[in-house]
Design a protein around this ligand. Structure first.
Ligand code: FE2
Length: 304
């Protein structure tokens, strides 16, 4: 077993002037549509942060409506505002109420949490410590994600997804993500497709592409997603890819990329751009070149 360092939380900044640090961190995320959630009493701070982000090319929207202990209806309004803003990044500025709402509005990308777990488990640098969280997270998403989307007041399902999201987050530090996230970057950066949605669109295609490299690991993911194992691990893995596509559909994701105002002619540029995300591509279980990126993006246009 190789030695790893398990950090939790993976980033904490404290001290006078840390707002500047926050701004530079958000700028570095390369997610241009930033949605700020705060309360009216922090108007000066949030506009200071918003102005700096706008100055660096971000599109900023502000929801300053959190002025009391969070309620379900307050949360639902906050989600609607974030969706309207097509937020790719949610920034909470404030105390407990604001941060709780901001986390709920964001962590809502359940398919992103699932992607974190799958990309950690199938990662070239997968680790037994992280595998435990990853497989549990995948199983929880299988159990609860579609249920939580269909029935937002199903507290058991939301609790399950909250745990899955935590597990997904724990996977990010020591192992991190791979080709799904790398290919998702151009969709977010150039076409402002929300992060979780970009991953959801790509996940089944990349999973199918990668399965050949490590059929057993991909079959284990499929089994955690409720697939009955067949004699051949690769067959089981492919059934897992089908299951992932079905889950995205069940969650209301339109799986044809053209529905997000992305044109077929954009594929070569996106493939070039994805190939620059080497920090994530190096984690992918199967070597991926520009031709493979072209093929995967093309497949995303063939869904109906
Ligand atoms: Fe992600």
């Amino acid at each position: 077993m190789r030695t790893i360092t398990f950090l939790q939380p993976n980033r904490l900044t404290i001290g006078f002037g840390c707002v500047a640090e926050c701004i530079s961190y958000v700028q570095g995320l390369n997610r241009p549509a930033v949605h700020i959630i705060s309360s009216p009493s922090l108007w000066t701070t949030m506009t200071e942060i918003g102005s700096s982000l706008i100055g660096s090319g971000c599109i900023v929207s502000i929801d300053a409506g959190i002025n009391a202990e969070p309620t379900i209806s307050m949360f639902e309004q906050a989600v609607a505002k974030a969706r309207d803003a097509k937020a790719a990044c949610v920034l909470g500025i404030g105390g407990g109420s604001v941060l709780d709402i901001a986390k709920l509005v964001a962590a809502s990308t359940g398919l992103d949490a699932l992607t974190h777990c799958i990309e950690a488990y199938t990662n070239k640098f997968a680790h037994p410590l992280v595998d435990v969280y990853a497989l549990q997270g995948i199983s929880l998403c299988h159990q609860f994600l579609a249920r939580a989307v269909r029935q937002p007041d199903d507290l058991e399902a939301r609790e399950g997804m909250s745990l899955a999201s935590l597990y997904g987050g724990l996977c990010l530090g020591p192992v991190n993500t791979a080709a799904v996230h790398a290919l998702a970057y151009p969709l977010g950066g150039e076409f402002h497709v929300p992060h979780g949605l970009s991953n959801a669109l790509l996940l089944s295609h990349v999973f199918r592409f990668n399965a050949q490299a490590t059929p057993d690991r991909h079959a284990a993911v499929a089994i955690a997603m409720g697939v009955r194992p067949s004699a051949d691990a690769l067959d089981t893995a492919y059934l897992g890819a089908d299951r992932l596509k079905q889950l995205a559909t069940d969650c209301g994701v339109l799986t044809d990329l053209s529905r997000y105002k992305v044109d077929l002619s954009a594929i070569p540029g996106m493939a070039k751009s994805a190939m620059t995300v080497t920090r994530l591509l190096k984690n992918n279980p199967r070597d991926i070149d520009e031709a493979a990126c072209l093929k995967i993006y093309s497949e995303c246009f063939q869904e109906q």
